[in-house]
Design a protein around this ligand. Sequence first.
Ligand SMILES: [Zn+2]
Length: 437
Amino acid sequence: MNNRLLILFFLCSSLLFGANLHYSVIKKESGKEGPTLLIVGGIHGDEPGGYFAPMLMAKHYKIENGNVWIVPNLNFDSIVKNARGTYGDMNRKFAKIESKDKDFEIIADIKKLLLHPKVDLTLNLHDGKGFYRDQTINKDLNPKAWGQATIIDQQQIAGTKFGNLAEISKKVNKETNVELFEDMHVFNTKNTNTKTQDKQMQQSLTYFSIQNNKPAFAIETSKNITDLSQKVFYQLKTIEEFMNVMNIKYTRPFELKKETIKKLLEDDGILEIPTTKITLDLSTLKSYIKFFPMNKDKLVYSSNNPLVAVIKDKDEYKIMNGNILISRLKPDYTEFDNTLGTVFMSIDGIKSNVKIGTAITVKKEFLVEPIKGYRINVIGYSKAGVVSEAGIKISEKELIKSYAIDKAEDTYMVQFYKDKHFAGMLTVKFDNDKTTR
Ligand SMILES: [Zn+2]
């Protein structure tokens, strides 16, 4: 069987048997005694307030006692499609699920985590419709709305630590309500009285936990709030109040303010693709990149942002940060060769030994020394008739901006080839201080 057939087989098999993207679990363990909080984000893919908040926690929070386990992207296939549930509503599959359901494996795995003996309390994060009120005020503010509420399935779970659900949610809401962007954003407790009154919620994640004597709450910000940083603020504030109730101590290297959160959300993170030996800065990456070397093996990548996914889409790859499209890569399919480790370069006249995969900054010009047996291809270099750019002094003006890989259009790929095989690359960024030129 050739490579192409293998790829097709892999794609088909994953489509038949289950979800393509599995969630991640980030376990923040203090090493000190204390309770464990489990945070589950992204059960509904079109509720970004419910998954960007746990992403920021996973990235930035430090836990000083007890543990916080974070699943920022439970329904990852739906998050990248900005859909509630690509394979149906995942939050209606906890009472029963058929083995052929594409969410089967995800549900089985998360159930194990929910019931883990260490987990003392679970939060399921959402972004719901309207603003919950216990009386009907208008079409947005009424008992049927879900937004800006802490949801409980019943008043309490008798005899269980943190089982006084109503009391805890009241306490948490009181603290969250100290700082609101608008009065309308006030948080209330919504008790769905699941056992007797809500057939739908009997199939939900929180009710599954409750039935197993595990305290669980849903936190809902509102879809009617359009500013993502406000929603993330409310989610983080609420989660922090739950940690206070549980006596879990934490630190974060930023002030909990809307402006700070906005800044943090602008950082899309980095993407590492080990086979290419390259790390891409997603915050500055251009929206479309041509000639990106790929082989036909299963794509392996990692990121410091758990919401980053690379998805094959027809003959391109989409890089997503949650529901946000960062960039599309047009692959240049090639076999990979791993024999090259370092190259000799001259950077602004200074000779140095550079590791493949490095991001280099250049003021004026660079040159890659010829390497026996390897061809050097500077993507965007325009001189006709040049087969390899080895030994050629290159400054920014010789490069075609449309081939740059960043939004500022001053970073270029330098690729190495052994025969037809791709042997790694590095990136060269021309220092942005245009005034000195
Ligand atoms: Zn939801």
